[in-house]
Write a protein that binds this ligand. Structure first.
Ligand SMILES: NC(=O)C1=CN([C@@H]2O[C@H](COP(=O)(O)OP(=O)(O)OC[C@H]3O[C@@H](n4cnc5c(N)ncnc54)[C@H](OP(=O)(O)O)[C@@H]3O)[C@@H](O)[C@H]2O)C=CC1
Ligand SMILES: O=C1O[C@H](COP(=O)(O)O)[C@@H](O)[C@H](O)[C@H]1O
Length: 491
């Protein structure tokens, strides 16, 4: 049976892009599924001088197409209220407090509060401090802070932010959103590994040759240059999403499938990630920036990108763990904008059999292929294992064949959107799929070395064409180890 959640949400940045495109539709889906019923309220706030009716209209607009009837949308929107407020104006938090208390009383929310910061990160610390000093914390229900990315821009700034947040909220009240952790197939990594003896027993350096993680995007920087040009692919995708994926792939089996136990293992994995010296970083990481394609612009000529920007729109790298399970197994990663296609996949490449008995005495021309387990995260959800099998026929040739599983359209429909899943988890107090401070800290320490190196070296940009899989140096990174990317473009 679906359990009803009871809470008052306060959305800071309520008129913003993320709130309208993702947060209200996700709350609405929770409402349609019965996780939210009567006892929830939403206070939206930002500087815009909106009335509650205007806010309700914006909410209805953002869920249009999802609702079954106008009455359903109206009923959902009746839980929303708006207060115009500048988060830097301390005195005005009392208005928010009154509105939250009013909603709490109206919807009998028992003092449960979720503060969702969907604003530019430079406001996060200040809002958290004011939530406490201006008395927005309830003393009868729970108080949780959901916080958007980016969490700092290096270790130092992240630490400062964390200190500000933890002066109001305890670690178990802070939910650092990483929407990749809300994706179905990322969550499936744990099921696949710890639910299958045949996989977990081979999940180590005796049997795995290398692991490849690709987060490929076909769009360019679009309208987000002001943010993206100060971030770049390393901070935007590697420090958070890729580090989270890698920690799930590399961690040891948790004692139990609880948030505390999973976090312990993810942190242990990240602690054993080798933090490079500058020299090692230079040889193990490559960056790229896209040029004009047949239609678009060079990145440097995109709207809002400063002339001559050295910001990277592509990263590839090789990561190494210094621990018993993974010593000697490279984890190759790559991500970038304006690549060949939009997809996310993980390829786990197993070692080939030590002896290829079919190659001797020359019974077969074809060498055995390495077994590859591919986790397809998006756009399709599923996994495939390539194994060598005998080709049908008189002779004895082997060929790789696929054992695969893909979710069908029916089950895809059941899969919650990442934000839907994560907001539900936050109400449930389940932080398994949120980044803990220690994970964030270790990820920054790893990334900072590369960033510092790139800040002082002048790159040769642009160095890749749209529609490719990035610069040549990304392929060379693997070729030099006698390997290649499993996913490559057909020539
Ligand atoms: N958009 C996206 O796809 C994604 C966004 N994020 C993260 O989500 C957060 C929000 O992003 P996004 O929605 O795109 O940003 P927007 O710029 O679209 O929205 C910012 C919001 O903050 C409000 N705001 C700005 N200054 C103040 C202020 N002084 N006091 C009160 N309200 C203020 C704005 O309203 P007003 O101007 O009326 O005050 C607006 O509602 C960021 O941390 C971003 O990194 C993360 C992943 C994806
Ligand atoms: O966090 C971010 O992720 C998106 C890619 O997310 P996806 O779910 O569409 O794969 C990326 O475009 C954006 O730059 C980054 O901030």
């Amino acid at each position: 049976m679906t359990k009803e959640n009871i809470a008052i949400f306060t959305f800071f940045g309520a008129t913003g892009d993320l709130a309208k495109r993702k947060l209200y539709p996700s709350l609405f889906k929770l409402y349609q599924k019965g996780y939210l019923k009567e006892r929830f309220g939403v206070l939206g706030t930002s500087r815009a001088d909106w009335s509650t009716d205007q806010f309700k209209d914006a909410v209805k607009e953002s869920i249009s197409g999802l609702e079954n009837s106008a009455a359903e949308a109206e009923k959902f929107a009746s839980h929303f209220e708006y207060v115009a407020h500048d988060v830097t104006d301390q005195a005005h938090y009392s208005a928010l407090n009154d509105a939250i208390k009013g909603l709490d009383e109206k919807f009998e929310a028992q003092g449960n509060r979720v503060f969702y910061l969907s604003m530019a990160p430079n406001f996060f610390g200040e809002i958290a401090l004011n939530i406490k000093s201006q008395g927005l914390i309830s003393d009868n229900g729970y108080n949780r802070l959901v916080i958007e990315k980016p969490f700092g821009r290096d270790y130092e700034s992240a630490k400062k932010l964390n200190d500000e947040l933890t002066s109001t909220f305890n670690e178990d009240q802070i939910f650092r959103i990483d929407h990749y952790l809300g994706k179905e197939m990322i969550q499936n990594i744990e099921a696949l590994r710890f639910g299958n003896t045949i996989i977990e027993s081979l999940w180590n350096n005796r049997y795995i040759d290398n692991v490849q993680i690709t987060l490929s995007e076909s769009l360019g920087v679009e309208e987000r240059a002001s943010y993206y040009d100060t971030s770049g692919a390393l901070r935007d995708m590697v420090q958070n999403h890729i580090m989270q994926i890698i920690s799930q792939l590399a961690m040891e089996q948790p004692v139990a499938f609880t948030d505390a136990d999973v976090r312990v293992e993810k942190v242990k994995a990240l602690r054993s990630l080798r933090v490079y010296s500058a020299v090692e970083a230079a040889s193990n990481f490559v960056r790229g920036q896209y040029s004009a394609g047949e239609t678009g612009n060079d990145y440097r000529d995109e709207d809002g990108v400063p002339e001559g920007s050295n910001n990277e729109t592509f990263v590839a790298g090789k990561l190494l763990f210094d621990n018993y399970r993974w010593s000697g197994v490279p984890f190759y990663i790559r991500t970038g904008k304006k690549l060949a296609d939009k997809f996310t996949r993980i390829d786990v490449v197993f070692k080939k059999p030590l002896i290829d008995i079919f190659a001797f005495p020359q019974q077969s021309d074809a060498a055995l292929s390495a077994n590859v387990l591919t986790i397809y995260v998006e756009p399709k959800s599923g996994f495939a294992l390539t194994v060598n099998a005998k080709s049908a026929g008189q002779g004895f040739e082997t060929e790789p064949v696929n054992l695969d599983f893909f979710q069908d359209a029916e089950s895809e429909k059941e899969v919650p959107e990442p934000y839907e899943r994560l907001m539900h988890d936050a109400m449930e107090g389940n932080s398994t799929n949120f980044a803990s401070w220690s994970e964030v800290a270790y990820a920054w320490k790893f990334v900072d070395v590369i960033r510092r190196l790139w800040n002082i070296e002048d790159p040769q940009f642009p160095n890749y064409r749209p529609g490719t899989m990035g610069p040549k140096a990304s392929d060379e990174l693997l070729e030099r180890d006698g390997r290649s990317w499993v996913y490559k473009l057909e020539k």
